[in-house]
Design a protein around this ligand. Sequence first.
Ligand code: DQQ
Length: 621
Amino acid sequence: NAMLQWQRTGFHFQPHKNWMNGTIIYFKKKTKLLFSWDPTSMLLTWIDDEPNGGAYAGPVYYKGWYHLFYQYNPEGAVWGNIAWGHAVSRDLLRWHHLPLAMVPDQWYDINGVWTGSATVLLPNNDGGDNIVILYTGSTNESMQVQCLAVPSDPDNDPLLIKWRKYEGNPVMYPPAGVDPKDFRDPTTAWFDPSDRTWRLVIGSKDDTDHAGIAMVYKTRDFVNYDLVTTMLHRVAGTGMWECVDLYPVSATGGIDMSDAISSISNDHNEKKKKKKNVVVLKASMDDDRHDYYAVGHYDAAANTWTPVDPDKDVGIIGGLRYDWGKLYASKTFYDPAKRRRVLWGWVGETDSQRADKAKGWASLQSIPRTVVLDGKSENQLTQWPVEEVETLRVNSTDLSGITVDPGSVIPLVLNHRATQLDIIAEFHLTYNSSASAAMIINDDDDDDYSCSAVINRGALGPFGLLVLADKQRHERTAVYFYVVVSKNNNNKNKKVHFCHDESRSSRADDILKQVVGASVAVFDHHEEEEEEQEATNDDHRRRHHLTLSLRVIVDHSIVESFAQGGRAVVTSRVYPTEAIYAAAGLFLFNNATAATVTAKTLIVHHMMMDSSASYQHQDQG
Ligand code: DQQ
């Protein structure tokens, strides 16, 4: 349907047509030789303990193809017939679409080749890698089992187009006490030197208290598995955990899980050990379709993961989400080439199934995001678009320095279209104490899940950007901050909400439009005396300054925002009918009644992608 083609994105990953959901990615790399792998017998044989006496499996950049596999329906734009789509890229942005990697064609996966993960084992003698994939098969009886697949001809098929399912599949059945329909999505395996086993996590649920659970399995050969009887983690009331992820983080870069485990176990300094052992546990909550995570510590010997802050445990009220908008079934992978951990997730549609069928496709992948531990608050992550995104900036408009008075909206004149943007902004908010005193709100603590309480005009917000807006602003998606002063903390500690208001994003009415967001940390706030004023009341003669930063990525029907250096992230799917192509505009607004906003920085980059970069595998020669 050509009418709806404008909704397709310019630089987000999406197949040419049909339905896509969750995804896995794997980076082709070379590891030190630890064992030989016989693809026929499927057996690993140990060759050397620790070659060169060095660290385990030091990664080396190899060829440099990122592989993306995704849940795909080859037959339509709704979920079903799930197969694995496959694409490769050198930069995580320009993808080459390859033939389907796996389709449902066996009794054990005839109802779907569901989510799984790749694990890199070792290079062949010629320098190629050995990769295994574990995935969930939905059987002819809709039982969930785990299955093994390997590249069928890695020597002659360097792009890993052909995959072979192991003859002995399935390799894991639901254990006793687990509902056969609640056993899915194996993680990437990591190597534990203490007993020389590979370990991986599978998500499930315990019906006795509706707990989401993470179970660990050990294996030496990827054929035989032992369930570790201690539960890695469980959180009562959270329901089925899909697409579990477990990975180490630091404030400076990424770490491979196997490297982290061996480095922790080799360290005899308890303090250093603890510092190294910061591990994120994430689960996709089937109950509310959001991805929740927490920062914690992993104890390999005890097989437990414990949150640093029990009040921020995975999936509980007050816990953390990767994204406060639309993002689900995300996965991370370690990229040895850039020593970073990359996260990306499935961004579904919020329009109707009917609309999806009409346009012939459904779902995007988010922009890949680099994930690090927040250096300022060690209990959370920050996310930031991978640096490659900056290579798509072809043109930019620098609007830095604009001031927007209370109650004003300023159209931003760009020297390019406003449908594909990367916007960098830093807002400076100024107000005096009487203004904030008028705005005291009894702000309770668990409003993180909703920005709806702050949607109306107040003393200190909302202010921010209107994206994908037409000239009259009939349609617009608001990306904004809203400052709230709590009653009980004496006007000192501001609470800042960061939100998307989707309610006016489209004139179409078959769309879910919400106000979504969270509160976000403030770092740069200071007050000064106002000299010219008489000191009648201490509080009333102070002037407040607050700086808040924002990055927004706009791509036709998706808006992804990163507030305060990626401490709060919000993604929206939007479907304007008028604010499209050349009719799409950008505005700066300040709806606060008592605060002035200056955009100290406001740079709008025009984003392009060479469309010829996304070609079919046949074109590659
Ligand atoms: N979708 C997949 C499952 C996974 C869920 C099936 C996540 O493997 O649990 O398409 O949305």
